[in-house]
Design a protein around this ligand. Structure first.
Ligand SMILES: *Cc1c(COP(=O)(O)O)cnc(C)c1O
Length: 443
C-alpha cells in the first residue's frame, strides 16, 4: 500500500514492537499469525486497528461479564484511581476491600465468611490449597493429600498445575508436581465410588477435594451432575475433608445463578474466585473460607500464621471495580443471562445431528459443541475453526475439538446468531482463505 491509512499506521506501530519484544501466552511464536492489535472495545465487540469489528464470543478468556467498557465500571475505576491507588494490605485496610469482602460474603454460599485476596485464578487456588493443608497442620492433625478430577484445570502455577489434569500443559514439569489423587471426571465416570474408595484407604491423609463445580472448563466444557456435587459434599463433610470449589470460571453468573454451587445447593469450605469478579476489567483473585478454617490459624504461636501474600493484595482500584460489578448483577442481568441461555439452547438444537458434530452441551450461558475430530488440546480442527471465525469477525477459541460460546451478558440474540452462523458454515465445509491473503492485518 503506497498511502497507508491511519489504522494501518496504528497497527504497524503496535505490531512491530510487539513482534520484537513481547512473549505471548499459549503462543508458538514461530507458527502463530501476527497478533491482532485491538484499539478499543465496547459491549460485546473488539475494535482492531484495521478491518472489521470482532464479536467477543469468549468474553476475552472468560472474564468479561457485563460487557466491555461498561460506563459504571469505568467511572468506579477512575474515581478510585484518583483517591487511593494502592496501599500495602498487611497492617492496613481500606473501604473498597472491606466493603467488597462484606458484599461477597452476603452473596456467597452460606458459611463462607472470610475473604483472602490475591491477584488471579491460579493464586486463588494456591491460597485455597495452602489454607487447607495448613489448617490441618495447625490443629496438630497434619494431612498431605489433595484429590482432584480428571480433566480438571486450576491454573498454571505449580500448585494449580499439580491439581490440574496432567497433559500437554504440564508434562514438562511432571516430576516436580506434588502427588494428587485423581477422581474420574463426573461427566464420564463413577466419581462418588472412587471418592468412597479413596476415603476408605487414605481418608486420614486426605485434606481436600478440589472441583470445578458442574462444568470442567478448560478440560473441554464438560458438564456434570448436581447430584454428584451434592454427593461429594456429603462424603467430604462426613470424612472431615475440605471441599474446595474452584469457581474462577463459573462464578459471577456464568452458569445461571451467581455461583455454580448454588445450582446444587452446596456450600464448600473454600471457594476460589477471579476472572469475572471485576466484571473483567482488572485482575483480582479471592479465596473465600469458612470461619472454622480461619479459626484454625488462631494461635499464640506466630508460626501458625498464614504466611502468604502478594504485593497487590486487595488493590483498591480492582476492589472498587469488583464492587461496581456486583451492583450490576441486578434483575436486568438475570434477564440477560436467561435470554442468552435460551438463545444458546435454541442454537444448539440446530446443531444436533449435523454431520461433523459429535455432541453439544450447555450450562447456563456456556454452550459447547464437540466436533468430530481427534480430541485433545492440540487438535488442528480448532485452529482451523478459529481462523475461519476471525475472518468472519467472530472471536472463538476452541479447546482442541471443542468449540464453545461464552459471551458477555450484554450479547444480543442477533450477535449470538453470528457465532452459530460461523459454526454452520464451517461445518458445511467452508474454510478461511490462506493466511497472507488478507487477514485482519497485513504487513
Ligand atoms: C482460568 C482458570 C483458573 C486460572 O485463572 P488465571 O487467572 O488464569 O490464573 C483457575 N481455575 C479455573 C476453573 C479457571 O477456569
Amino acid at each position: 500500500m503506497s498511502t497507508p491509512s491511519d489504522g494501518a499506521r496504528t497497527a504497524a506501530r503496535i505490531v512491530h514492537p510487539d513482534r520484537a519484544h513481547v512473549w505471548h501466552p499459549y503462543t508458538q511464536h514461530w507458527q502463530a499469525p501476527a497478533p491482532v492489535p485491538i484499539v478499543r472495545a465496547e459491549g460485546s465487540w473488539l475494535y482492531p486497528a484495521t478491518g472489521r469489528p470482532i464479536l467477543d464470543a469468549i468474553s476475552s478468556w472468560w472474564v468479561t461479564t457485563h460487557g466491555h467498557c461498561r460506563p459504571e465500571l469505568v467511572q468506579a475505576i477512575a474515581t478510585q484511581a484518583g483517591t487511593l491507588d494502592q496501599v500495602i494490605f498487611a497492617g492496613f485496610t481500606h473501604e473498597p476491600a472491606a466493603l467488597l469482602a462484606e458484599e461477597l460474603v452476603q452473596v456467597l454460599p452460606a458459611g463462607l465468611s472470610r475473604i483472602f485476596f490475591s491477584d488471579n485464578g491460579s493464586t486463588a487456588v494456591e491460597v485455597a490449597i495452602k489454607i487447607s493443608l495448613q489448617a490441618f497442620a495447625n490443629l496438630g492433625t497434619p494431612r498431605r493429600l489433595v484429590a482432584a478430577l480428571e480433566h480438571a484445570y486450576h491454573g498454571d502455577t505449580f500448585g494449580a498445575m499439580a491439581a490440574g489434569a496432567r497433559g500437554v500443559f504440564t508434562h514438562m514439569y511432571e516430576p516436580l508436581l506434588f502427588e494428587v489423587a485423581r477422581l474420574p471426571d463426573p461427566s464420564e465416570g463413577a466419581t462418588l465410588a472412587a471418592l468412597d474408595a479413596l476415603i476408605a484407604t487414605r481418608g486420614a491423609d486426605l485434606a481436600a477435594v478440589i472441583v470445578e463445580p458442574l462444568i470442567l472448563g478448560a478440560g473441554g466444557m464438560r458438564v456434570w451432575d448436581e447430584d454428584v456435587l451434592r454427593g461429594i459434599r456429603l462424603r467430604t463433610q462426613a470424612a472431615g475433608v475440605h471441599l474446595i470449589a474452584d469457581e474462577v470460571m463459573t462464578g459471577f453468573g456464568r452458569t445461571g445463578p451467581l455461583f455454580a454451587c448454588e445450582r446444587a445447593g452446596v456450600s464448600p469450605d473454600l471457594l476460589c474466585l477471579s476472572k469475572g469478579i471485576t466484571g473483567g476489567v482488572l485482575p483480582l483473585g479471592a479465596t473465600a473460607a469458612t470461619e472454622s478454617l480461619f479459626e484454625a490459624f488462631r494461635s499464640e504461636d506466630r508460626r501458625k500464621t498464614f504466611f502468604h501474600g502478594h504485593s497487590y493484595t486487595a488493590n483498591p482500584i480492582a476492589c472498587a471495580a469488583a464492587r461496581a460489578s456486583l451492583r450490576l448483577f441486578d434483575s436486568r442481568s438475570v434477564t440477560d443471562r436467561r435470554r442468552i441461555e435460551q438463545a444458546n439452547a435454541r442454537q444448539l438444537d440446530t446443531l444436533r445431528g449435523v454431520p461433523g458434530v459429535r455432541a453439544v452441551r450447555q450450562l447456563g450461558t456456556v454452550a459447547a459443541v464437540e466436533l468430530e475430530a481427534p480430541s485433545g488440546y492440540l487438535s488442528d480442527i480448532g485452529r482451523e475453526l478459529a481462523a475461519f471465525a476471525i475472518a468472519q469477525g467472530v472471536l472463538i477459541r476452541p479447546l482442541g475439538n471443542v468449540a464453545y460460546c461464552l459471551p458477555p451478558y450484554c450479547t444480543s440474540d442477533d450477535e449470538l446468531d453470528r457465532v452459530y452462523t460461523v459454526l454452520h458454515r464451517f461445518l458445511s465445509g467452508e474454510r478461511a482463505a490462506p493466511i497472507g491473503s488478507g487477514g485482519p492485518i497485513d504487513d
